[in-house]
Ligand binder design. Structure first.
Ligand code: FAD
Length: 287
């Protein structure tokens, strides 16, 4: 099935885009996290979101979740690793699954600017962003799992079920158990070195660990990795007033398009992007 649209990201921008597509009866897939976005919930008190003068980020997240549920919108829990141009539409790779859509709304939040030195050039040669896709390559081997969020612990546990040893590097407090062969490392990863596997991962305390596979599971993926042909402007996705990118049928909304990083801007841009998708679908259907 080819969806009318794929919305990537479940923060404020993605919520707004998904609600508008739903109201207009479009057949879309929404990929992200059922717990929405860590960023929505982080604000202690918001103050500048119209209609919610005393709300905290958690209050807003609860209100968004209730609205999504009332609208009957499903979220597909996954990280999109890559978007491919198929000529007439786009294909999205998320874990072991592929989805196809005529249009895409990127609502992925601020993309990580600082990948680790040595990371980009080893993607596909030992560095991976997806345990489900590449974990089987490391059966009986040693891997490092670098996690930015406990929601990826099931992926680290999957790695532990295959590998002989997992160096587990969570960048948050109180990590959960991922397996008896997993050793928690509290120092931060600093750089990846080595001409061939096993690679050397240098840590913030100066120590080094060695791993055949290095799995980096972050809340977002750099735009260069996700969709290399996308035009950027100072690290953000370049868009026009319709939230259109340089690629036909691809729109972007929210923090990923630039400052100010604000809920109301993200919600507004998600709304515009959804309406631009409706226009694009109508125009391309006429041809
Ligand atoms: C502590 C704090 C306080 C704040 N206070 C305020 C405030 O008072 N007022 C205000 O207006 N704003 C505030 N903000 C900013 C506000 O939270 C953000 O501007 C807003 O959440 C941006 O929404 P977004 O949808 O663009 O991105 P995000 O909320 O970052 O959501 C992006 C989502 O996309 C997902 N994603 C990314 N890549 C992928 C992928 N490849 N596949 C699938 N999913 C993906 C992420 O996991 C995330 O769920 C605050 C932010 C913080 C951190």
């Amino acid at each position: 099935m080819i969806y009318d649209c794929a919305v990537i990201g479940t923060g404020s921008a993605g919520v707004s885009a998904a609600l508008n597509l739903k109201i207009r009866g479009k057949n879309f897939i929404w990929i992200g996290s059922k717990s929405l976005s860590g960023k929505i919930a982080k604000a202690e008190q918001i103050g500048n979101y119209p209609g919610f003068p005393d709300a905290s980020g958690e209050d807003l997240a609860r209100a968004f979740s209730a609205h999504i549920e009332a609208a009957g919108i499903e979220i597909t829990e996954a990280m999109v690793n890559a978007v491919y141009d198929m000529g007439t539409h786009y294909a999205l790779n998320a874990g072991a699954d592929f989805y196809e859509a005529k249009t895409v709304i990127l609502a992925t939040g601020v993309a990580p600017k600082n990948t680790l030195p040595g990371e980009a050039e080893r993607v596909g040669r030992g560095v991976s962003y997806c345990a489900t896709c590449d974990g089987a390559l490391y059966k009986g081997k040693t891997v490092a799992a670098i996690l930015s969020n406990p929601r990826f612990e099931h992926e680290a546990a999957f790695l532990a079920s295959l590998a002989s040893k997992v160096w587990f590097l969570p960048s948050y407090r109180d990590p959960g158990p991922v397996g008896d062969n997993a050793e928690v490392v509290s120092a931060r990863p600093v750089k990846i070195e080595g001409d061939a596997k096993p690679y050397t991962l240098t840590l913030s305390d100066g120590s080094q660990i060695s791993a055949d596979g290095i799995f980096i599971l972050r809340d977002s993926i750099s735009m260069g990795t996700l969709l290399p042909a996308l035009a950027l402007d100072d690290g953000h996705i370049a868009v026009d007033r319709r939230m259109a990118t340089n690629l036909p049928g691809i729109y972007a909304a929210g923090d990923c398009t630039g400052r100010p990083y604000q809920y109301a801007k993200a919600v507004g841009e998600g709304n515009v992007a959804a309406h631009s998708v409706l226009d694009y679908l109508a125009e391309t259907a006429e041809k």
